[in-house]
Write a protein that binds this ligand. Structure first.
Ligand code: FAD
Length: 313
């Protein structure tokens, strides 16, 4: 184990109650089902575990990758040599705070939160039904659908900030966070561990009906039976990336086992044994084609981790 990982492991011998594993394939932790080994995979059980883990990471100067459900992430076939903190298998608690507010830990599955709030007649998240991320990933990406974004509902976000040689806990208020289209200006050293959301009141029946409608729309328009990371590219101003890609005849384009979905042109699906390199090469081909034919440079929405390109290169 290189890059301070043995040191991290040593420091976690006491005080850390989560799971630690060396060399596990990250394919098991991404919705693409793609990704090479993690140097050290850590699954904190709760907030204190996470703090303990981050302190060990800082002290050992190991590299850190935070993952929620890995539903917006393409991980290299060579994996990630540092510490991978997977937050979506712990840190899942939801607490009601009065009439229309909730506090939720960042590892909570977004869909579970949507269902939980609907059950209590709390409105505001139903449009996000079917987004397969964690709350932390959704906040970080400002996930959205049907014209609604999670950022609109955020009151504050609890972060652990990696500052020099210590971990500082901070409550960042909504006014201090810039939410943009599929992104925020939260510091890259901020690990989100919780969020407070302000919702509205509405009948459970109406909210459930809306959730069903949204899920039906997704099943109709998105290739949900094949592994993917959702939309690959951001929409350029004024046009949807999917439309552009379809217009340029890229639907069905393939590299290895990666294919531009026939159902939704902005999805690249894993047909089975796709490698990260296949997906990446296909991304490059689609970009080149759209640039050549439309003069538009597409930009990825998905996060790309590690080096892509030729095996061993
Ligand atoms: C079928 C399908 C449909 C989708 N539809 C939509 C959609 O309609 N709208 C939409 O916006 N997205 C959509 N997505 C993309 C994805 O689900 C969202 O971006 C989701 O919010 C990502 O959450 P995650 O936990 O999986 O993030 P991950 O992929 O695990 O992480 C994404 C990024 O956030 C960072 N991150 C994750 N957790 C934390 C944390 N706790 N603290 C700090 N940083 C963190 C990671 O380091 C990474 O940079 C879809 C994906 C799929 C597969």
């Amino acid at each position: 184990m290189g890059m301070g990982l043995a040191e991290v492991r040593g420091k976690l011998r006491s005080g850390f109650n989560g799971i630690l594993e060396e060399g596990v394939p990250l394919a098991d932790y991404t919705t693409y089902r793609i990704g090479g080994p993690a140097g050290l995979l850590a699954i904190p059980k709760g907030t204190e575990d996470l703090a303990c883990l981050l302190e060990a990471v800082i002290a050992s100067e190991a590299r850190l990758l935070v993952l929620g459900r890995g539903s917006n992430t393409l991980v290299s076939d060579r994996g990630f040599e540092g510490v991978v903190a997977v937050l979506s298998r712990g840190l899942g608690r939801i607490t009601r705070k009065g009439e229309d507010e909730v506090y939720v830990e960042s590892g909570c599955d977004l869909n579970s939160l949507v269902k939980w709030t609907i059950e209590l007649g709390m409105a505001g998240l139903e449009e996000l039904s079917g987004i397969p991320g964690s709350v932390g990933g959704a906040v970080r990406m400002n996930a959205g659908a049907m014209g609604s974004e999670i950022g609109q509902k955020i009151e504050s976000v609890e972060v652990m900030r990696l500052c020099g040689d210590r971990v500082e806990r901070k409550c960042v208020k909504r006014g201090e966070i810039g939410f943009a289209y599929r992104g925020t200006d939260l510091d890259d050293r901020d690990v989100i561990y919780g969020a407070r959301l302000k919702l509205a009141r509405e009948s459970k029946k109406a909210l459930e009906a809306r959730r069903k409608e949204v899920l039906r729309w997704r099943r109709k328009n998105q290739p949900l039976k094949q592994p993917s990371a959702g939309s690959v590219f951001r929409n350029p101003p004024g046009i949807s990336a999917g439309e552009l890609i379809e217009r340029c005849g890229c639907k069905g384009m393939r590299v290895g086992e990666a294919m531009v979905s026939e159902k939704h042109a902005n999805f690249i699906v894993n047909l089975g044994g796709a490698r990260a390199g296949d997906v990446y090469a296909l991304i490059e081909r689609v970009k080149a084609e759209i640039s050549r034919r439309e003069g538009i440079e597409l930009v990825e929405e998905i996060r790309i981790i590690g080096e892509m390109g030729e095996e061993g290169g």
